[in-house]
Design a protein around this ligand. Structure first.
Ligand code: DLL
Length: 432
């Protein structure tokens, strides 16, 4: 099923033309209404008319998170506040919050794009969708909500937290689709066990997960534990929120809503495009946003464009699951490592629980990484020999997979912090 079949099956040349026209009008809008961009364009002696082809995009400046902070709160808005009907913001845990706004049209577009993603993930108006993302300044709750309502799903806006109540409601209200972060779905699965509830006895069929990186191994675990079909969807508040890309039921990459977003994959150091199909930083330009257009926004997220077409019929290109943010990359003894690579190994080792944390410390000018992994209570209390075997097995697998030695420590079940939203995988104890 496709939400907007004509648009989602658009042919490549038609898409290019549409993108070019929309890019031109976006550039006109920001060049006229956003002093930040006007100044940049003047410095570069760039006029929006200079854009003749999509390749000309490369002449434009990048926008980075700091630009949003410097223009806090409303400096980058392209419309007066009286035309803004909604404001969202990032939490600001790693610095000043960043604020984004939407016009009525933006909300309509956003809802439509999220509706595409929800439909691609198998959900229809016949579904009861439980939205366990926070409703508030975070874009997850409201973003998914409006898309689901547009489709005509029965929406349960339960928001995040209160895990036992989530499960009670899931059972009583017969939810068929769950929306949350992937890590929270495992918290729900564990809690169901504790409550003596068999997930297979529930009505749940689909899981729409996003907001944080997760591995294919984790997807298998979630599918199996909850008896559902889990799909991945991606977005970020600076660009819109959820709705930028999402997987269809082929579960082989996330279709990008390319009629609304122009994406580039660049080498994060040289900022030149990577060769086709290689991993780089995703850079996004919005093509239709009115209140908060972004030109070449550097997401810091690393992914690649997957080759080939998808049997689902959607013509939009697919991006591979985001492997992490360039800021999350660990450099251990000169080797670049992403938490997701560690996760992949952990999920494949029997006896461990799918909860882990990576602690990074600095010792004698070198980084030391210890992976904390939960194991079942039985194993933790009696079986020292088995524990040693597991530690050795994980270490061997990590070392062959990553090429560096990493410390592994088993910890008791439920000792690592659980998150109701995005899981905190890396605890960085280095002082810089
Ligand atoms: O997390 C928007 C969102 C909400 C997307 C719900 C999907 C579902 P922010 O809080 O601004 O917005 O965080 C954006 O989260 O730059 C990525 O690093 C990460 N991220 C989001 N989705 C995924 C995903 C929302 N599917 C940041 N896979 C992004 C990996 C993701 N990382």
């Amino acid at each position: 099923m496709l939400w907007e079949p004509d648009k989602e099956r658009i042919q490549a040349d038609e898409l290019k033309q549409l993108q070019l026209e929309r890019l031109q009008s976006t550039l006109y809008r920001v060049g006229t209404h956003v002093p930040f961009y006007r100044k940049k364009f003047e410095e570069l002696r760039f006029n929006h008319d200079d854009i003749r082809s999509l390749d000309d995009l490369r002449r434009l400046p990048f926008t980075v998170k700091q630009d949003l902070r410097d223009n806090y709160p409303y400096g980058l808005f392209a419309v007066p506040l009286r035309d803004v009907v909604r404001v969202h913001a990032s939490s600001g845990t790693t610095g000043q919050a960043t604020v984004v706004g939407y016009t009525k049209n933006d909300i309509n577009t956003w809802s439509n794009l999220v509706a595409r993603i929800i439909t691609a993930a198998g959900v229809s108006k016949n579904d009861v969708i439980q939205i366990a993302f926070g409703y508030g300044l975070f874009t997850g709750g409201f973003g998914l909500h409006y898309g689901a309502e547009l489709i005509g799903c029965s929406v349960i806006p339960i928001s995040s937290g209160n895990t036992r109540r989530q499960i009670q409601i899931m059972q009583d209200f017969k939810s068929t689709a769950l929306v949350s972060t992937p890590s929270y779905s495992l918290v729900l699965a564990d809690t169901m066990m504790e409550m003596g509830i068999n997930p297979n006895g529930l009505s749940l069929r689909y899981g729409l997960f996003g907001g944080e990186p997760w591995s294919e191994s984790m997807r298998r675990e979630v599918n199996q534990k909850l008896g559902i079909l889990a799909t991945d969807n991606y977005g970020l508040s600076e660009v819109m929120g959820p709705g930028i890309s999402g997987e269809c039921l082929e579960c082989n990459g996330l279709h990008i809503n390319e009629d609304h977003f122009l994406v580039e994959v660049l080498d994060p150091v040289t900022l030149e495009p990577v060769p086709e199909g290689e991993i780089g930083e995703l850079v996004i330009t919005t093509l239709t946003k009115e209140a908060f257009p972004m030109i070449r926004y550097r997401t810091r997220d690393l992914t690649r464009i997957l080759p080939g077409s998808c049997p689902c019929g959607r013509s939009f290109r697919r991006m591979e699951r985001v492997m992490g943010r360039s800021d999350d990359m660990l450099i251990i003894k000169g080797v670049n490592i992403f938490p997701l690579q560690i996760e992949k190994v952990l999920f494949d080792v029997e006896g461990t629980q799918p909860h882990y944390q990576i602690v990074v410390e600095r010792e004698h000018h070198a980084d030391r990484v210890t992976v904390l992994v939960e194991v079942t209570e039985a194993l933790f209390s009696d079986q020292m020999r088995k524990q040693r075997q597991i530690v050795d097995q994980i270490k061997r697998r990590l070392s062959s997979e990553l090429g560096v030695a990493i410390e592994v420590k088993l910890v008791e079940e439920k000792t690592l912090e659980r998150s109701e939203g995005k899981a905190k995988r890396v605890i960085d104890k280095r002082s810089f």
